[in-house]
Design a protein around this ligand. Sequence first.
Ligand code: GCO
Length: 446
Amino acid sequence: MVEFGPEFLFGVATASYQIEGAWNEDGKGESIWDRFSHTPGKIVDDSTGDIACDHYHRYEEDIKLLKRLGVDAYRFSISWPRIFPEGRGRVNEKGLDFYRRLIESLRENAIRPVVTLYHWDLPQTLEERGGWGSEETVEAFKEYAHFLFRIFREEVELWITHNEPWVTAFLGHSEGRMAPGKQDFALALRVSKNLLLSHAHAVSIFREEGIRKPIGIALNLAPIYPKTENDADRQAALRFDGCLNRWFLDPLFRGEFPEDMVMWYRRKGFPIPPFSDSESRLLTKSLDFLGINYCTRYVLEHGEDPALEARVARVPGGEYSSMDWEVYPSGMSEIVCRVSVDYSPRAIYITENGYPYPDILLPNGSVVDEERIAYLARHLASLHKAMVLGCPVKGYFVWSIMDNFEWSYGFSKRFGLVYVDYETLQRIPKQSFFWYQNVIRRRGFE
Ligand code: GCO
């Protein structure tokens, strides 16, 4: 029996743009994801988050699903432009009221709210004034965070400033396949620094408010392997580790960017100024916990791309999901142990782990998703190994409670424990919903 004990937090995760819909309702401002998904050619199935799962109108039904599942906590994000339609200044009371009702109802149902302040839906007005490349957005984020800290304080069990700043910076500003769709590596580096600074300043404000709840950040981290032992592949793997993992872990735990990457980027024509002493101090005091979003490992070989000269290689005989991620359960314990040994976080939460699968709604109204159950079980077992070794893991959130808008993949990828019929928006618990319900009830599984 893989046991997690009574204090362990079992949860599920979502994000505002992926489930809420009501994209321009009740005074909400436009986000960069509204703009991106409304731009032809950006989303594989030409869909948008305009309606998504219509959670904005169906949140009471969805909370009943969470209650039925039996989760201890529910991780969701707040849509910045639903609170500040122009990014800062005027408050949209109707938008704030939605989150007041959501958090109140969760707490009435003994479900602990876990709030992500930023899960990629930047107000479009801020993007038009420089976005995350601009210090103005850092200032606006501090105001946004401070406003919500004062409103919700200890009603929120865990506060998370940013979800996956690596995705925001590099997929959004260098690769361009995520909003705002920029392709400028120098800008991506500037964005990564501003995201870290916005996090550190927001946490400093949080501390000044004296809020007696933990605050942290959610990073997408992965074990990195060289394809071969030859030096070119080993160096490529080290650089990819430096870009994906250490570029964020080092500032958050050591107050500075990893020197090897700073030198590499400078040589490639991308100089990045160091943090000031005061910024370093803010950064190294900024985590009560580290959130890790785990989905896969990466095997690297030397590549021709100008920024990193590193390319993700396919593993011969590897098991791959429908999103072309290698299914690599032992990577969960590997990354948790590596982070625990190298950076000594006070606490770790697995803030996302989930499996995309082409689920079929059967004529009898059921959805059989054995592969997803196997994926979750293998990853929970791997996580448990890390805990037995002493890693300070306090919780685990499945991505996601329900099928939802998977960014540039639109609705073509289903991650939910609950099937969403996008014609009717009916929610139908899958077999994995009942499996996870049992894991939570028993605090573990065979
Ligand atoms: C991410 C995001 C989620 C995704 C999920 C599946 O990690 O990319 O946080 O919004 O939908 O992880 O890709």
